[in-house]
Design a protein. Structure first.
Length: 487
């Protein structure tokens, strides 16, 4: 192909994108075809066909034929480039267009094939998942994986569609002589499942979590399973598994498959009447806990529910920031079932010495020995305090229903006393207890006021006084002895 032909084809591939279709050009088309086929009058054929194209033709096939025969006439006139321009227009309208060498002259076929070779190339489309419908510039081309061999070089809009997946539309470009391959990853689409029940207003649980009452809409994607349960007082619970497949919505437990249309599937579930109800009595220690029956709040403890559908029921009680306990119980028709919850735990405190004040999490709770009321599970900060003793702080980890015993020993606050006398060598008594001979240093005396410090020495009067002992301090006591008077 020479440079002039290449330039014309490139320009055509960019500019020739719109053709005018009308009805008035049809007579000119007929005259142009007759002039070429019967009379071999190339000049007249060119004039008539150009007029038909200029006015416009109703059908695309007629427009393709007009450009094609106009190219034939130009070949007959020896105008190769003009012929290639018209062939390019025809190919642009139908990239699958081919000329049978048994019908057309080799000269025409060669010019046509040369034109087409410069205008089209192959395009391969692969999708994940496969078997998706392929649309190119709005026209359905086939199903993936798909190889198209005659696609006009240039820009196109590719759309890949598959049921239960989000359609994907992308702009692509087909280049000459390149490996034009497009890989499309489709994302799963969500289908709306509309659940109705007979009777209505049944509570719908999805994976154990209440999600509303029927009628209820939920979303599900391909190959995803949902465990659902429908519950309504005076009716038997119904547990089902919903799965979306290429066949529709499968409802395991019923052998039913529900069709999906326009992204929506409708499911009807019939509930069976339950036997006569039973009653349920719920108590807790401590009381006033919020009660949930099958995840639905029904009151506070102590609580009696007079009508409960028979079967295995889940009861949960909760006190915020205290404890949360769940148990299962079987409710029997015409009978009362009772269930008790023990929340939190309790602690018994013992101490040496007795009568130590106890503070739990900063709140005064009692004097040892004693047992607390119910405390929340978890970690608690406990402080022990008593006058003239050192405070003690500990952390207590309390588990549910635990009865824990804590024993502690407090250390007395102590100081020291230095006793001296003039003269020395006096016996020292504190509260009538002999402590030693002056000069005397006494370690580890409990703090407090000592009013009965007595010093005695032969030949001297008995002397006494007091001292105040403070923690970690040394107190001083001095006594000047007085001689006994001679009689």
């Amino acid at each position: 192909m020479n440079k002039t032909s290449c330039l014309i084809i490139i320009i055509l591939s960019i500019l020739i994108t719109v053709e005018c279709f009308a009805e008035d050009g049809e007579p000119y088309l007929e005259r142009g075809l007759k002039a070429y086929n019967k009379d071999a009058d190339f000049d007249k054929s060119i004039v008539e066909l150009q007029k038909a194209i200029e006015i416009g033709l109703k059908d695309r096939a007629d427009m393709i034929q007009a450009h094609l025969y106009l190219g034939f006439a130009y070949v007959g006139k020896g105008k190769r480039i003009d012929a290639m321009v018209e062939f390019a227009k025809a190919i642009n309208l139908n990239p699958e267009l081919n000329l049978d060498p048994k019908v057309y002259s080799s000269k025409i076929v060669n010019v046509f094939n040369e034109t087409k070779q410069g205008l089209v190339d192959s395009l391969t489309i692969v999708s994940t998942p496969g078997s998706a419908d392929v649309f190119l510039d709005g026209k359905k081309m086939g199903v993936t994986p798909l190889k198209l061999t005659s696609i006009i070089v240039g820009d196109h809009v590719l759309k890949v569609v598959k049921e239960y997946f989000q359609p994907k539309e992308i702009d692509i470009r087909v280049d000459k002589g390149e490996d034009n391959r497009v890989q499309v990853q489709l994302e799963k689409a969500e289908v709306e499942v509309r659940i109705t029940s007979n009777p209505p207003e049944a509570i719908v649980y999805i994976s154990g979590t209440p999600s509303g009452k029927t009628p209820l809409s939920l979303k599900i994607s391909l190959d995803k399973e949902l465990n659902i349960k429908l519950a309504k007082e005076e009716f038997l619970d119904k547990e089902l598994k919903i799965r979306l497949s290429s066949d529709g919505i499968t409802l395991y437990g019923t052998n039913n498959v529900f069709p999906v249309k326009d992204g929506i599937g409708d499911i009807q579930i019939d509930l069976s009447p339950a036997p006569l109800p039973g009653s349920l009595k719920i108590t807790s220690i401590p009381p006033d806990a919020v009660v949930y029956l099958d995840s639905v709040e029904v009151g506070k403890t102590p609580l009696t529910i007079p009508k409960v559908t028979p079967g295995n029921r889940e009861v949960r009680v909760n006190i915020i920031d205290f404890d949360n306990v769940t148990k299962k119980i079987e409710v029997v028709s015409n009978k009362e079932a009772s269930i008790e919850f023990v929340l939190g735990g309790a602690i018994s405190f013992l101490s040496v010495p007795n009568s130590v004040q106890v503070f739990v999490d900063g709140k005064y709770t009692g004097v040892t020995p004693f047992k607390t009321e119910r405390l929340s599970v978890g970690s608690h900060q406990v402080k022990f305090t008593k006058e003239k003793y050192k405070d003690k702080n500990i952390t207590v980890l309390l588990e549910r229903e635990q009865e824990k015993e804590i024993s502690i020993r407090l250390l007395a606050q102590k100081g020291s006393l230095s006793v001296s006398s003039d003269p020395s060598g006096a016996e020292v008594y504190i509260n009538d207890e002999f402590k030693g001979i002056t000069p005397l240093f006494i370690y580890g005396l409990p703090i407090g006021e000592y009013n009965y410090i007595t010093l005695t020495k032969t030949g001297y009067d008995r002397m006494g006084g007091g001292a105040s002992i403070e923690e970690n301090e040394v107190s001083w006591y001095f006594c000047r002895m007085t001689r006994l008077r001679k009689r």
